[in-house]
Ligand binder design. Structure first.
Ligand code: UD1
Length: 370
């Protein structure tokens, strides 16, 4: 059945892809977006936002705009958020205001104009360190990342000083909130699940891993690492890699994420649930930097390993996707190498302003890179 879906933050990277998928399925889409300068430098409606999308320009904290945006809506996807883990550690008031107060304003309005279902973008950041095992095979749930090890390595260790080995993290792992961003995302998730149940709506939270793909804000120095690296490489600069570059992440293509949201909006059994969403393949940040330079025709550009850590970062986190597969029917489809090629082609058509040095300076001045 065709629905009217409101996507908060719908003019952003994920929102635009999701909007297109929803339109293809015959739904009507409205986007509420404040077009912040860090993501939308010109402040204009992005060309990549499908012309069929009705855009309401407004802040998620503005109750009048939110009320207007909710008129006649059947379902909501809540994406509006500040998204930089490093930046959240100093822009505390802004992050908490947009992410948590913004979600509160949305729900205040949803009490008067309820919808069938709300799907919120949560994050793998809420787990803190992922699940690990020791060399002997014992699982470790509550790993806390300390300072760098005396031998210069970065991996969390067991009590005998042996590196712990990351294993896929299931939704049952308890949260360990290590950054303002993680705290914000957990609050968003809990507000959504708690309030929808209270007010007769349905909901679902997707705990997303690292999203990449065409359309990610290239000139935003606090965007995802692949967009940052793309902008560096396009400008002939080395990608700057934190720590030793061996930290592991799961990079999931935005088209897979859009499909996960479609499933989360539709599947009856998804109500009240949280799901990990990733690609099912993990890799190190250094490997990704090399693969990306090669995919952009610059295999000569070597990553610069900084041996410094960014405040709030976790070491390793990779998803267990069993629940998403079995209960949501989610499978990742995008091949990573092909995804990088597609990203490289898109980047070649853009003008990427490299503002990474400036952003790093900001973090360093505040003692947030050490
Ligand atoms: C990202 C998202 C966050 C999302 C989370 C889910 C952004 C800005 N943040 O956070 O919204 O919830 O994924 O997984 O998209 N790194 C470098 N050099 C750089 C930048 C980053 O080495 O120039 C490293 C970081 O130290 C980290 C890794 O790359 O180890 C990933 O960083 P980043 O892309 O910022 O992702 P998350 O912090 O995981």
């Amino acid at each position: 059945m065709a629905n009217t879906v409101l996507i908060t933050g719908g003019a952003g990277f994920v929102g635009r892809h999701l909007a297109r998928s929803l339109l293809e399925q015959g739904h009507r889409v409205r986007a509420l977006d404040s077009l912040i300068e860090q993501v939308h430098p010109t402040g204009a409606r992005p060309d990549e936002l499908d012309p069929e999308v009705e855009l309401v320009v407004g802040d998620i904290r503005d109750e009048d705009r939110v009320r207007a945006a909710l008129q006649g809506v059947d379902k909501v996807v809540h994406l509006a958020a500040e998204v930089g883990v490093g930046q959240s550690m100093y822009a505390i008031d802004r992050y908490t205001s947009v992410n948590d107060y913004g979600t509160a304003v949305l729900f205040q309005q949803l009490i008067d104009q309820p919808v069938q279902r709300v799907v919120v973008a949560s994050s793998m950041s809420i787990y803190g360190e992922g699940l690990y095992r020791t060399e002997d095979g014992d699982l470790r749930q509550e790993v806390v990342r300390g300072a760098r090890n005396p031998d210069g390595s970065w991996d969390p260790t067991d009590d005998q000083g042996r590196a712990l080995i990351p294993v896929p993290t299931p939704e049952t792992k308890s949260p360990a909130l290590k950054s303002v961003y993680a705290i914000n995302k957990f609050v968003q998730e809990r507000l959504t699940l708690t309030l929808t149940a209270q007010y007769g709506m349905e909901s679902c939270a997707l705990r997303l891993w690292n999203i990449y793909g065409p359309g990610q804000a290239l000139s935003n120095p606090y965007t995802g690492v692949l967009a940052i690296f793309a902008s560096r490489i396009a400008n002939g600069q080395s990608p700057m890699v934190f720590e030793d570059g061996r930290q592991r992440r799961d990079f999931v293509h935005v088209s897979d994420v859009a499909r996960a949201f479609l499933l989360a909006l539709e599947k009856p059994d998804a109500n009240g649930q949280v799901f990990n969403i990733g690609s099912g393949e993990d890799r190190t940040v250094e490997d990704v930097a090399r693969l990306q330079a090669a995919s952009m025709g610059r295999p000569d550009i070597e990553p610069l390993i900084t041996n410094k850590a960014r405040a709030g970062d976790i070491r390793h986190n990779i998803p267990d996707l069993t629940k998403a597969r079995e209960e949501l029917g989610y499978e990742s489809r995008q091949d990573f190498a092909a995804g990088l090629e597609e990203l490289a082609e898109w980047v070649a058509r853009q003008e990427a302003q490299d503002r990474v040095d400036q952003a790093r300076g900001e973090l360093e001045r505040r003692g947030l890179v050490a």
